[in-house]
Design a protein. Sequence first.
Length: 232
Amino acid sequence: MCLMGKATQGQCITLFLLSFFCLPLPTDAKNLGVFGPVFPIGEIDMLDWIDNRLRTFEKNGEIDAMKQRMQARVKASVMRPSPVQGLSTTTAPKTYFIDPTLTLAAPVKDSLGNELYPKGTRINPFDSTTWPAAEKQNLPRFTFSKQLVLFDGDDPQQRQWAQQYLAPLPVKWILTNGEPAALSRLLDSRVYFDQQGKLTREFQIKHVPVVISQSGTRWQVTEVDVSPLKEK
């Protein structure tokens, strides 16, 4: 029975629990002995640890081995970069067009903060009338004087096609797979590589070889069927 006047049963229970947990604890603690070795608390200086590790690697020759492995990886990546994934040949080639127009995502300002060109300004590299201040300069029409040719240098048919290709314009050879140095010797020309597939994405390429050239104010992308060529 609760003696706290009008206190409810729940309040009485709460008071009982509080009084139980607030009882004084015994102060006569006992020495239970030592159950293991005791070490002083200490922290390792990270710079000292790194320095010690480097000295160890120098002594056992691991640093030289690491350098050699790194040089080998760099050399391999230069001789044969990672191929562009997802490309194939085609027996039904098509031609399509890419609009190179750029749209400013933010306004262009001068050093004083004055807006030169507002956000949303559209510029076509092939159309000089869209270039900034074009009306004041009477700029001539721009002409791209080369063709871009992307192909797989490991495919014998594509290599054969590249050797036989009679281009109406100077060609900039770009590999999606293969060894640039070897293909440069084969074609007697400088050969580039589509690193990380940037051009492949920009030109929406699914099949190689492709020939890319200017057509008016657009890019023209022409796929090539190399299946009629016999492998040598």
